[in-house]
Design a protein around this ligand. Structure first.
Ligand SMILES: [Zn+2]
Length: 163
């Protein structure tokens, strides 16, 4: 069972009857609101990412989109160097010539058992080329438009926990 340490903010209902393609469309619409999102179960309270058609804890399809919060901690990262264009519908294609880029796996501070994949950006939203994150660095999580799609992004800081 996943644990949440804060009250959840429901951003929308997750309609599993629309299948994975329908849920992917919903996910993109929610990201357009600027908030990183994860999936939560209205029945048992489990949080999860990536989204699934049924809760992994209780198998319910009574699922919601939850705000992942503003802050998270780095758990791992990878810098990706580009050696020319790629045709795949992925981050490398969207980043294009603006590489290298860094993908970061983060643990939202309010959802200890969830991991989100984010693109590391500068404070002003550009692709981060130079910063090297370390495990447990605090990051600010939000979304940004990349190549016409909204994606989760994070930037390093703030360093102090405001609570
Ligand atoms: Zn559940």
């Amino acid at each position: 069972m996943n644990e949440t340490t804060a009250e959840v903010t429901v951003l929308g209902l997750c309609d599993a009857e629309k299948g994975t393609a329908g849920m992917a469309a919903q996910y993109g619409e929610i990201l357009a609101g600027g908030r990183a999102v994860l999936q939560g179960c209205a029945r048992c309270g489990a949080a999860a990412f990536p989204p699934r058609l049924r809760c992994r804890s209780c198998s319910s399809d009574d699922l919601q989109w939850w705000d992942a919060g503003d802050t998270a901690k780095v758990t791992s990262w990878a810098r990706v160097a580009l050696n020319g264009p790629t045709e795949t519908a992925s981050v490398p294609r969207r980043v294009g010539k603006d590489g290298p880029y860094t993908t970061v796996v983060v643990q939202p501070e309010s959802f200890a058992d969830v991991r989100l994949l984010c693109l590391l950006v500068t404070a002003d939203g550009g692709i981060e080329h130079d910063a090297v994150p370390t495990s447990n660095d605090r990051v600010t999580v939000r979304t940004a438009s990349l190549g016409g799609s909204m994606v989760p992004v994070c930037s390093l800081g703030p360093n102090e926990d405001p609570r």
